[in-house]
Design a protein around this ligand. Structure first.
Ligand code: B16
Ligand code: MG
Length: 229
């Protein structure tokens, strides 16, 4: 039987970046699309869904699989660097207003109420993105692709998040938009709030469309209801 969720026991909140705090997927798409065009690979928006939450190299391998193209490790590295240069052209123009609705207010309220907050993202560009959004000061710790070696669904990123916050794993909850991220949270022994729909995230403990007009206490209450049923 699932352990009971007590509102008071949750002290840490771990946030994925792309798809939870900001929609950078559209810029990843534009960059991958440009590279795919150069390689004569037909890459669609629907294909881009498969890259969400996935590391840069694994994303490129998926693009290559779609095109039925093989490449040496060296060539793959070169193309990943090229994609990142294109991606950074977009990210350098990112505006603070692009933060997803309600996120800034949600984080501000949670901090005010004493919750510790960490980022748990696969991106190696997370600091630049957060600086552009002006939200660095709302996070206690940043765990991203520069300090992790195993991709979600491996629990490493969220376990490190809890460790950096000096909290036990089960006193943290995760906010994620990718199925692999929900699985990573569960693998870390944490509850996972999915930002999305039941079709995309059937394993999430609770689903939310986003952070507009909701505060952490309400989410913990809902989790408690769902888990203690
Ligand atoms: P980068 P998340 C992920 O961010 C993106 O969803 C995924 O599409 C991307 O490939 C990955 O970051 C790596 O990003 O190329 O910037 O290192 O959802 O884990 O915040
Ligand atoms: Mg994501």
């Amino acid at each position: 039987m699932q352990e009971k969720v007590k509102e008071k026991e949750i002290k840490g909140l771990l946030f994925d970046l792309d798809g939870v705090i900001v929609d950078t997927a559209k810029y990843h798409f534009l960059a991958w699309k440009k590279l795919a065009d150069e390689l004569n690979i037909d890459f669609t928006l629907q294909d881009n869904e498969r890259l969400k939450g996935v590391s840069r190299m694994r994303s490129f391998e998926i693009v290559l699989e779609i095109g039925g193209v093989t490449m040496s490790e060296e060539e793959k590295e070169k193309n990943c660097a090229k994609k990142n240069d294109i991606y950074l052209e977009y990210i350098n123009q990112l505006k603070a207003e692009e933060i997803l609705p309600g996120v800034r207010e949600f984080l501000t309220d949670a901090r005010k109420n004493g919750y510790k907050i960490a980022l748990g993202s696969a991106s190696k560009n997370s600091r630049l993105i957060m600086e552009k959004l002006g939200i660095m000061d709302l996070f206690d710790e940043i765990i991203d692709g520069t300090v992790t070696s195993k991709a979600k669904p491996d629990p490493e990123v969220f376990q490190k998040g809890a460790e950096f916050l000096k909290l036990p794993y089960d006193s943290c909850i995760v906010f994620e938009d990718a199925a692999a991220g929900i699985e990573a949270a569960h693998n870390a022994g944490m509850l996972a709030v999915g930002i999305g729909t039941v079709e995309n995230l059937p394993e999430a403990d609770l689903l939310l469309p986003g952070f507009k007009n909701i505060v952490i206490e309400e989410i913990l209450k809902k989790l408690q209801e769902v888990k203690n049923d």
